[in-house]
Design a protein around this ligand. Structure first.
Ligand SMILES: NC(=O)c1ccc[n+]([C@@H]2O[C@H](COP(=O)([O-])OP(=O)(O)OC[C@H]3O[C@@H](n4cnc5c(N)ncnc54)[C@H](O)[C@@H]3O)[C@@H](O)[C@H]2O)c1
Ligand SMILES: O=C(O)[C@H](O)COP(=O)(O)O
Length: 334
């Protein structure tokens, strides 16, 4: 502990108490943990007045935007317990000298598996087969499933998830290509070929979206690119709903241009009860759980708490996404 007293940590995301005790316990009284009085905006702004380290949350009301940064004069470090940091304002935090870290990589295996599982389910028509048998039918000829092996798979975004997905689809014998901010050298490309985005979209029987949402990527897959996908192609989105123009996707599915879509993320979450996606055939829906496995949760909690320890002990934190130095600098009070 320093003469400034214990570091004040504000936990917006609910953290498992036993894990916090186990991992932060050795720090003794170097950190005090507070939670906001309520999970709403006013309580967040009040609690930020004292906070030095924030473990973020996914709720829009608890987003660290420019207003929240102004309300946090002592803030020195923000750790988001997810890969996506799209709720926060990385630039406002950077302008205040506050590093924003994510948990890159902890859920890559789980999300990549979800992409593979949902692409297989769609191409093999598993939801339709299951529904038909439950309804008393026996459609041995009508379903027309396709083998996934041999299809052309295009991966949009080649971070930890995209790279793992390339390995999994490649292992099945798919011809895998990708587009991302930069082409990878052969030793990092997992056997996948780099293509321009429009070329990738036009060449993919299965298009897998695993790119970060930002102002640059919002609406990346809109009506024009959906129209460029081959007839009967499948779209898999495990990134963020905002990467796709959801109304254009519904239209492409309704007119039968796409063969199906698997969606874990949506423009609005939870997906509204009357959303047309809920009643479209050939659409596989899941409630933003592609990365939620016990294994990834264990890795996530460990990463969050490791980083808190590193911040307090003056060691570099991992996974800073807003360009600020990873060595956390405590601010003078007042
Ligand atoms: N559905 C889920 O449960 C779940 C779980 C974890 C992550 N995610 C989402 O998946 C995304 C991908 O995660 P990740 O860990 O693979 O990597 P990541 O978020 O670090 O980045 C993915 C890739 O996108 C590329 N990229 C980012 N902005 C770009 C731009 N403007 N133009 C071109 N390329 C750009 C990056 O270079 C990187 O290769 C996350 O941002 C998150 O939103 C979803
Ligand atoms: O980005 C991630 O790690 C997952 O999508 C979970 O994050 P979220 O709960 O912030 O969406």
């Amino acid at each position: 502990m320093t003469e400034q007293g214990p570091w004040r940590l504000l936990a917006l995301a609910p953290l498992p108490e036993d894990a916090v005790r186990a991992m932060l316990g050795p720090l003794g009284e170097a950190v005090t943990v507070a939670v906001p009085a309520a999970r709403e905006r006013g309580a967040l702004l009040d609690a930020l007045a004292e906070a030095e380290i924030v473990v973020g949350d996914w709720t829009a009301a608890l987003a660290l935007d420019a207003e929240a940064v102004r309300a946090a004069p002592r803030l020195a470090f923000v750790q988001q317990p997810s890969v996506g940091v799209d709720g926060h304002d990385p630039d406002a935090l950077a302008a205040a000298g506050v590093p924003l870290a994510n948990t890159a990589g902890v859920s890559a295996a789980g999300v990549a598996e979800w992409c593979l599982a949902s692409a297989l389910a769609l191409s093999r028509k598993l939801p339709e087969a299951d529904a038909a048998v439950r309804a008393g039918e026996w459609p041995q000829l009508g379903l027309r499933p396709r083998e996934l092996g041999g299809l052309r798979v295009g991966i949009v975004g080649f971070g930890p998830i995209g790279a793992r997905a390339a390995e999994l689809f490649g292992a099945l014998g798919c011809a895998v290509s990708y587009w991302s901010r930069r082409a990878r050298p052969p030793e990092e490309s997992r056997g996948a070929e780099y293509l321009g985005l429009d070329e990738l979209v036009a060449a993919s029987d299965v298009l897998v979206l695993v790119i970060a949402l930002s102002e640059e990527t919002r609406g990346l897959i809109g009506a024009e690119r959906l129209a460029r996908m081959p007839a009967g192609a499948l779209l898999v989105n495990a990134a963020r709903g905002g990467v796709v123009d959801q109304a254009a996707l519904v239209a492409a599915l309704e007119r039968g241009h796409l063969g199906g879509a698997a969606l874990d993320v949506f423009a609005t979450e939870p997906l509204p009860p009357d959303d047309p996606l809920r009643s479209l055939p050939h659409v596989l829906l899941s409630p933003h759980v592609a990365g939620s496995t016990p294994q990834s949760t264990t890795r996530l909690v460990a990463r969050v708490l490791d980083n808190v320890r590193a911040a307090v002990e003056g060691r570099p934190v991992e996974g800073v996404v807003n360009g600020v130095s990873p060595v956390v600098v405590r601010r003078a009070p007042g």
